[in-house]
Design a protein around this ligand. Sequence first.
Ligand code: FMN
Length: 173
Amino acid sequence: MAKTLIAFFSRADENYFGGAMRYVKVGNTEIVVNQMKELIDADTFKIEMANPYSPVYMTCIDEAKKDLRDDARPELTNYLDSIDEYDTIVLAYPNYWGTFPMAVATFLERYDFDGKTILPLCTNEGSGMGSSERDVKKHAKGADVVKGLAITGSQSGSAGAAVKKWFAANGLI
Ligand SMILES: Cc1cc2nc3c(=O)[nH]c(=O)nc-3n(C[C@H](O)[C@H](O)[C@H](O)COP(=O)(O)O)c2cc1C
């Protein structure tokens, strides 16, 4: 039977929440993913960098900007052998400098998405999806990329209703 995969990137540690810096144990995107898991039956895969960005927010900002500028493909700690068994991939990530973190490009370019549907979800602090939907289309060869869902990161704890509506609109529930 066709299955759903939730693949996501999320960073804990120091982040910016409505005017103040704070250290957190679980990143905003992962908080949304945890709510997804209550709604649908899916496997999950965390996209993790072999050399993660700094826990210090301002340093991370610079590192991520450099990777974007260099069009880098950061190595991941692990990879799925295949995504053959999945027909739908929910791809969740934070907005970094107007698009997804470059580790998401590393993930996308590794697989053949022919005949698969991608639902992109982007947590952000004001830039919405940015260019990320376009960029997912560019890097995920063959995928049908549906209209994404943008979630304000600092409100990720209450994203459940919006995610549920989006899943329903795309036939996942
Ligand atoms: C390196 C970096 C770059 C960011 N760039 C943007 C941006 O361009 N636009 C925006 O709205 N938010 C931006 N943010 C805020 C994040 O998108 C937001 O905090 C997100 O929810 C973080 O998700 P996470 O906790 O799952 O990693 C940036 C955050 C970081 C760390």
